[in-house]
Design a protein around this ligand. Structure first.
Ligand code: XMP
Length: 187
């Protein structure tokens, strides 16, 4: 693949959270989740694609048995503005009946995604949904939901890296950064 298409660190205006800081925070988050999470069967449900990198790093720090499942949802369609509609791209949900779900997403923004998935899981009979996000934007939510575990609270600006993308790029950057304004154009 053309390196241009992978997303380049030079496109980043500034690094918001660097790799070392993320790693340290994940140690603390995993410790807190392990301490607080009820005993018994856990399903860790990763929302694709954004939470992939965060979940891989967080779940490897959790010293307990768990099932790992993925769910593909979309609320952005490539740009920097949420479409306002959460679409389930998978037809079937994993079996969550009577189980505690640790729902992992990259970022809590309007809140619509976590709310839609939480409601769907509860309607499928799961015992409880516990939510963990790497980032939470400091803004008024459009859906009444908060995450149980938050890595970092950030300002209301569009970020990429560490799993988060702009038009499919920059997910592989090892840090969270803000794109240069001439590259990020809302549409
Ligand atoms: P909501 O608005 O439903 O948003 O809480 C959650 C989903 O929207 C995407 N999102 C972002 N993606 N940079 C991104 O790359 C951002 O700043 C951003 N804000 C929201 C993301 O997919 C998340 O799961």
């Amino acid at each position: 693949m053309n390196p241009q298409e992978l997303g380049r660190a030079e496109d980043i205006e500034r690094i918001l959270i660097d790799e070392k800081v993320i790693e340290k925070r994940l140690d603390a988050m995993a410790e807190q989740i392990d301490r607080e999470f009820p005993s018994g069967p856990i399903v860790a449900l990763i929302l694709l694609k954004g939470a992939l990198v965060f979940a891989a790093d967080l779940l490897r720090r959790l010293p307990r048995p768990l099932d790992i499942e993925c769910l593909k949802v979309a609320s952005y369609h490539g740009g920097t503005e949420s479409s306002g509609v959460v679409t389930f791209l998978d037809h079937a949900l994993p079996d969550v009946q009577g189980r505690h779900v640790l729902l992992l997403d990259d970022i809590l923004d309007t809140g619509r995604t976590l709310q839609a998935v939480t409601q769907r899981l509860l309607s499928e009979g799961c015992a409880a949904v516990h939510t963990a996000v790497l980032l939470a934007k400091d803004r008024t939510r459009e859906a009444e939901i908060d995450a149980d575990y938050v890595g970092f609270v950030i300002g209301d600006e569009f970020v990429v890296g560490y799993g988060l993308d702009y038009k499919g790029r920059y997910r592989n950057l090892p840090f969270v950064g803000v794109l240069k304004s001439d590259i990020a154009t809302p549409h």
